[in-house]
Design a protein around this ligand. Structure first.
Ligand SMILES: [Cu+2]
Length: 155
C-alpha cells in the first residue's frame, strides 16, 4: 500500500515540473530577461546547432564568468566581442584563410573566447566587462552564418 500511495504523490510532482518548464520557456521568448542584482556574476551559455543561448541577456558591469556548455553534437566555440553592431549584422567573408566566417579583428574587439569545444564539453570563461553592447558568436566556418550569434548588454 505504501508503494501505491507513493506513485500518486509522484505523478502530481511530475506534472508540476512540466508546468514549470513550459512557463519558463514561454517567458524566455518574451520580455527581457532578469538582471542579476549585483555587479558581474555568472551566466550560463548553451551552444547548439545553430544557436547561442545565454541564461540572461543583460548583466551589470564587472567580472562575469560564462559557464559555456556545448550542448550540441559537433565542435563549437564561444567568442565575446565588444561592438556597437547588432550581432546578426556582421559581414561574412574569409577569416584566418577559412571561408564563411566573420572578421573578429574588424567587427569589434575580441575580449575572450573558449577556443574549440568538443560536443559535450564545459568551459568557464571569466572576463571583466565594461558597460556597452556585446555580441556572442561561434565563428567556426559556417556557424555564424547558420545562426550562432546573440546580442548581450552590460549595464
Ligand atoms: Cu558553432
Amino acid at each position: 500500500m505504501k508503494i501505491f500511495a507513493g506513485k500518486w504523490v509522484l505523478i502530481p510532482a511530475l506534472l508540476l515540473l512540466g508546468g514549470v518548464a513550459c512557463s519558463s520557456s514561454a517567458a524566455v521568448s518574451g520580455t527581457p530577461k532578469s538582471v542579476p542584482p549585483t555587479a558581474g556574476g555568472t551566466i550560463g551559455i548553451g551552444l547548439n546547432q545553430w544557436s547561442i543561448t545565454p541564461t540572461a541577456s543583460r548583466v551589470h558591469a564587472g567580472s562575469v564568468t560564462f559557464n559555456v556548455d556545448n550542448e550540441g553534437n559537433i565542435t563549437h566555440e564561444f567568442v565575446v566581442l565588444r561592438t556597437d553592431t547588432p550581432a546578426a549584422a556582421f559581414m561574412i567573408g574569409s577569416f584566418e584563410n577559412e571561408p564563411d566566417r566573420i572578421n573578429e579583428d574588424t567587427v569589434g574587439t575580441n575580449l575572450g573566447e573558449t577556443g574549440d569545444l568538443e560536443a559535450g564539453a564545459l568551459h568557464a570563461l571569466t572576463i571583466n566587462l565594461a558597460p556597452g553592447h556585446y555580441a556572442f558568436v561561434c565563428n567556426l566556418s559556417g556557424h555564424y552564418h547558420a545562426g550562432m550569434h546573440t546580442d548581450f548588454t552590460v549595464l
